[in-house]
Ligand binder design. Structure first.
Ligand SMILES: [Zn+2]
Length: 326
């Protein structure tokens, strides 16, 4: 985009921008809190089979990856060394040990084995282990070591949340395109302070960029339940049209809500196929906007599996009711 585009209302802008970030994480886990999706990826050793060595040795992960191994596995499972060799993994280079409980700490104490704390997300990571051990009894102290400084908090992001910068930007574009496809987007944007010509400029530019990057295939968006046959953005689960207003309400300041706002449900980023280790599902045509409540139902299993389950519930209920009336 050569020309500078008119600005979106701040709440909408931030809602779209945040889709490029991972979810939150606290200091007790090894994940980063709300980091960019193209950051260093943490791959649990248990899932290493899902990643071919060609993926690991390519530049697939823009900011690299760290494989996270439990001390038991590393020291007690004879297969681990073989797998590490075939996957070209090396402790302290692109793999670390993760201590999560006191039994591991006592049995495989890293200092006895002359291991050092890992503090760097880029390879070689110059460290071998990280610890997040919480007290289970009163007299115990927690052991939090590695990636716990304010400048480098968290070792990386969940691999299922990963997306390249290019993909993140494509998703931003498509998600804004979907905002403009909401049945009332123009009037809502006007009310939010954009002028008619700003709205026209922005819509034309976003549509053109989406067309150029094949991000506006309405047929595909319809088939994935992201828009309806009137080309309006809908919730992928309940299929109701979404109001653009939902993008511009600060639900955290909900006490001040007007009567019309009370009828609007909060909307969230929605995954048609849920995020899964070994898949890269933060991608265009798999992201939608949908009701927060509907999203809570589909979050773990994805939209299609949820609908199958709902159908079963309905069919069973009908049979159940028939039986009880006999
Ligand atoms: Zn819904």
């Amino acid at each position: 985009m050569a020309k500078r585009l008119p600005k979106l209302p701040p709440l909408l802008q931030s809602k779209i921008y945040k889709t490029g970030q991972t979810r939150s994480a606290n200091d007790d886990v090894i994940f980063q809190n709300r980091a960019n999706r193209n950051g260093t990826v943490l791959i649990p050793f248990d899932s290493i089979d899902l990643f071919d060595v060609s993926v690991l040795t390519s530049q697939k992960f823009e900011s690299g990856f760290i494989v996270v191994i439990s001390p038991e596995d590393y020291y007690s499972n004879p297969d681990v060394q073989i797998i590490m060799k075939t996957k070209k993994l090396k402790l302290g280079v692109n793999a670390i040990l993760h201590y999560e409980n006191r039994a591991q700490w006592n049995e495989f104490n890293p200092y006895k084995n002359k291991l050092s704390v890992a503090e760097k997300r880029t390879t070689p990571i110059d460290g071998h282990f990280v610890a997040r051990i919480l007290p289970t009894a009163k007299d115990e102290e927690k052991i939090i070591l590695g990636f716990n400084t304010s400048s480098c908090k968290g070792a990386g992001i969940r691999v299922a949340e990963y997306a390249s910068l290019h993909t993140i930007k494509s998703c931003h574009l498509q998600l804004e395109y979907l905002f403009w496809l909401c049945h009332d987007s123009k009037e809502v944007a006007l009310n939010a302070g954009m002028t008619e010509s700003e709205i026209e400029n922005r819509m034309t530019a976003i549509t053109a960029s989406c067309n150029n990057q094949k991000l506006s295939n309405n047929d595909r968006l319809y088939k994935t339940r992201i828009i309806d046959n009137a080309k309006n953005t809908i919730c992928p689960l309940c299929l109701k049209k979404l109001s653009a207003e939902a993008f511009l309400i600060n639900f955290f300041e909900s006490s001040e809500k007007s009567d019309s706002e009370k009828d609007i449900s909060q909307i969230n980023l929605f995954y048609i196929n849920q995020l899964k280790t070994g898949e890269f599902n933060h991608s265009p045509y798999n992201l939608a906007w949908g009701h927060q409540n509907c999203n809570m139902i589909c979050k773990e299993t994805g939209v299609i599996e949820t609908i199958k389950w709902m159908k079963e519930v309905v069919v069973n209920t009908i049979i159940f009711n028939k039986d009880s009336s006999n």
